[in-house]
Design a protein around this ligand. Structure first.
Ligand SMILES: O=S(=O)([O-])[S-]
Length: 284
């Protein structure tokens, strides 16, 4: 898939040559220091930040990322291009950045399809030079606010048969063997949001010579059909903290599923409140 919000390495090379761009590397600082796309800035918080959906949590999240995206030079005039190592090795962290920018109402966003691995596979130049971005005022808006669900929204979704609650976590989390990718007992409870259906996030990608890539529109819709999702189905996605969910979000949006939202607090938030219902044990 090459149109829409995904951009190929060659496409990114011509884009940066022709218009203002801020290229954002979401990998760990050590990986960035070892080599990055020339001119790219490093924002690893995009991946590591644990969000909650309380009013205070949302206010903190919005303030933090408006500040961080402004500090790397996003004013609304530049296209933000986000990348990670590859689409399937960093829990979808570049897509988490994409989702956060959409949520904050940023107008021009792309994800480098295939990430740094695809950039290197294309033989394009890399750099270890430090980059000093020029800070700008980030243009926060409410236009994307409805994309992010809070606990109350998820409780409503549980009551609604028509909304597919889509769990995209790894299998050990789905079968309630582990509570998180950070260790089995990182969260106090293991299980699932009641009524959730499951597509492990890797299924949205397939291997290529340049690394894992998001499947074609028809391939993604075929995966969706296995859990009853059509382009018209409202979908509420969750994972552990919103990164893998963002990878699936992007795949579904690119495939034409119209109403997709993320419960960004995800299992990290839900499992910590004993008042919230869960399904425990094996899902079969
Ligand atoms: O992908 S994740 O946010 O659940 S670590």
């Amino acid at each position: 898939m090459t149109d829409g919000s995904l951009i190929s390495p060659a496409g990114l090379e011509s884009l940066v040559a022709s218009e203002p761009c801020v290229v954002i590397d979401t990998r760990a600082p050590e990986a960035y220091a070892a080599g990055h796309i020339p001119g790219a800035v490093n924002l690893h918080d995009i991946f590591t930040y644990l969000a909650t959906s309380s009013p205070e949590g949302i206010a903190e999240l919005r303030g933090k990322f408006a500040e961080e995206f402004g500090s790397v030079g996003l004013s609304g005039a530049e296209t933000a291009v986000i990348y990670e190592q590859s689409m399937a090795t960093g829990f979808g962290q570049s897509c988490r950045g994409y989702f956060l920018l959409q949520y904050l109402g940023y107008p021009k966003i792309k994800v480098l399809h295939g990430g740094y691995e695809a950039w290197e596979a294309a033989g394009l130049s890399t750099s270890t030079d430090a980059v000093a971005p020029q800070p700008k005022t980030f243009p926060v808006s409410d236009i994307g606010a409805e994309l992010m669900m809070d606990v109350a929204d998820m409780m409503e979704a549980i009551k609604s048969e028509g909304v597919v609650k889509l769990d995209v976590r790894d299998i050990d989390e789905w079968i309630a063997e582990s509570s998180s990718p950070y260790g089995k007992d990182f969260c106090p409870r293991k299980g699932r949001i009641p009524g959730a259906r499951w597509i492990e996030w890797y299924r949205m990608m397939k291997p290529t010579a340049s690394g894992p890539m998001i499947k074609s529109k028809d391939e993604v819709l075929a995966e969706c059909a296995t859990v009853g999702i059509t382009p018209e189905t409202p979908v509420a996605i969750y994972c552990f903290k919103g990164a893998r969910a963002s990878n699936t979000y992007l795949a579904l949006k690119e495939a034409g599923v119209k109403d997709v939202k993320i419960y960004f607090g995800s299992w990290n938030e839900w499992s910590r409140d004993p008042a919230l219902p869960i399904e425990e044990g094996l899902p079969f």
